[in-house]
Design a protein around this ligand. Structure first.
Ligand code: ADP
Length: 453
């Protein structure tokens, strides 16, 4: 560790210089010269060698100045951190000023070193891994936690970080850190079955600060939750199918008592709701675990939009809305057709459901050369802005009673969000209460496929 130089106290004699001007010190020299000349003149007149004595006085004066110069030089060259020799006149003033400036600088330096030491020792004590990466992607410094969590070793100093953390997801994150503000969760390269959350920040141009912490416990809990939902959804499927089979058989009977018919109708409606819920849960769990059917299919947008329009018309029979279709893009989408169709259809059914009878629903597909935008606009009940940030959470509903009444599962927008995320896209919602909403699914350029005419 770097030890700062001890800072000696200022010599007491020098303190008197502090507030004096340079002229005051020059006067000391001039007084000395005058004194020497006076003595020389007296002695010279007495002995009859006036000019020789005057010359000698000058000689003595310059010799004294040379001696001071020698002492200054000796102090600066050999012991600059000691208290300077006690000199009078302008040499003394010069020494004092140099010494004072230097001392000031050493105090600042000592403070800086202390601060760096404290910062460094707090980083060393952190349970989170901290790695400094320079602008050439080389590892500059790391703390002991980084050795444990990321497997960085002494030999790795100066090595490229991408040759140590080689997971494709990390390389992708490293090259596009701005696109992942929450960082990246990845498997630890040092610990079997351990997961770390990695977050990088740029500083001083292209240097980076990497912070990583162990999220294995959270990951396992999350996995348990997913498995639980997945299993229970699968387990519920069979009883629901059996129930729905029996309900349909009963409903098909012509001599069914009308009182029972009402009960069976309700049972069928609830059974359908449960089925929809189970299906949505399974779809969500599949989306979360990234098990996709295909992510790179070319989806012909005019045909998908027409199909969605036809489905919307079928769903619209009870609502009597005016439905519009507006396509002004020559781009197709690259992605997974089933998942995207399901996401778009969720947005459209929501628009139909949450618009009072006789409204207008417009679905559109546009592009501005940079982005592809799927829109659904309605003239419905709208959403209070305070709900917007939480709208894509599972089971979040603005009005639970209304949502249940319309057969909603509360999972539709969560599915939309996940499907879009998997396609590098995002959802934008504009809404005004009692006036209507626009839901926009915005796709990046990489997901657009230019149609050949
Ligand atoms: P749900 O199955 O309840 O419709 P969603 O996840 O699809 O669940 O939607 C969440 C909530 O967002 C809904 O309960 C509803 O309150 C609100 N919402 C969604 N779409 C619209 C819309 N077009 N207009 C008004 N509210 C909407």
């Amino acid at each position: 560790m770097y030890e700062p130089y001890p800072v000696p106290e200022l010599a007491r004699e020098h303190k008197k210089f502090r507030y004096s001007s340079l002229w005051a010190f020059a006067k000391q020299d001039l007084r000395l010269l005058a004194f020497l000349l006076l003595i020389a003149a007296c002695v010279g007149i007495g002995l009859g060698y006036f000019w020789i004595c005057i010359f000698s006085a000058f000689l003595i004066f310059f010799t004294l100045q040379l001696r001071s110069l020698y002492l200054v030089n000796e102090w600066i060259s050999n012991r600059p951190y000691d208290v300077p020799p006690n000199l009078h006149g302008i040499w003394g003033a010069l020494l004092f000023n140099v010494y004072r400036a230097q001392r000031q600088e050493r105090i600042v330096q000592a403070e800086m070193v202390g601060l760096i030491d404290r910062a460094q020792s707090s980083l060393v004590a952190l349970a989170e891994a901290v790695v400094l990466i320079d602008e050439l992607q080389q590892i500059e410094w790391w703390n002991p936690a980084a050795e444990k969590l990321l497997g960085i070793q002494t030999l790795d100093r100066g090595r490229n970080i991408l040759t140590i953390l080689r997971q494709p997801s990390f390389i992708e994150y490293f090259n596009h850190i701005d696109q992942a503000p929450d960082g990246l969760k990845m498997k630890s390269s040092a610990f079997e079955d351990h997961y770390v959350q990695v977050k990088m920040t740029r500083f001083g141009g292209e240097s980076r600060l990497l912070v990583a912490y162990d999220v294995t416990r959270m990951h396992n809990l999350e996995q348990m939750r997913k498995d639980f939902v997945d299993n229970i959804s699968h387990e519920l499927r069979t009883p629901l199918t059996v129930l729905s089979g029996y309900i349909e058989t009963f409903l098909d009977q012509e001599d069914l008592n009308p009182r029972w018919k009402r009960a069976f109708d309700q049972m069928q409606a609830q059974n359908k709701r449960m089925n929809a819920l189970v299906n949505d849960l399974l779809l969500l769990s599949r989306l979360e675990s990234n098990k996709q059917i295909a992510k790179n299919q070319i989806i012909e947008m005019p045909s998908l939009m027409n199909q969605l329009f036809d489905d919307a018309q079928a769903y619209n029979v009870d609502y009597h809305h005016t439905l519009n279709l507006d396509i002004d893009s020559h781009c197709d989408l690259i992605g997974s057709d089933m998942e995207l169709a399901s996401a778009f259809s969720n947005l459209i059914t929501n628009a139909i459901k949450y618009t009072p009878k006789g409204g207008t629903i417009t679905m559109g597909w546009h592009d501005d050369g940079e982005q592809g935008i799927f829109t659904v606009q309605d003239t419905g009940i709208g959403i209070d802005p305070k709900h917007l940030p939480r709208l894509t959470e599972r089971f979040y509903r603005v009005d639970s009673a209304r949502s249940r009444q319309t057969g909603g599962t509360g999972l539709g927008l969560a599915i939309v969000k996940h499907v879009l995320m998997q396609h590098g896209a995002y959802l934008e919602i504009e809404s005004k209460e009692n006036q209507g909403s626009i839901f926009k699914a915005i796709f990046p350029k990489e997901r657009l496929y230019q149609m050949t005419e």
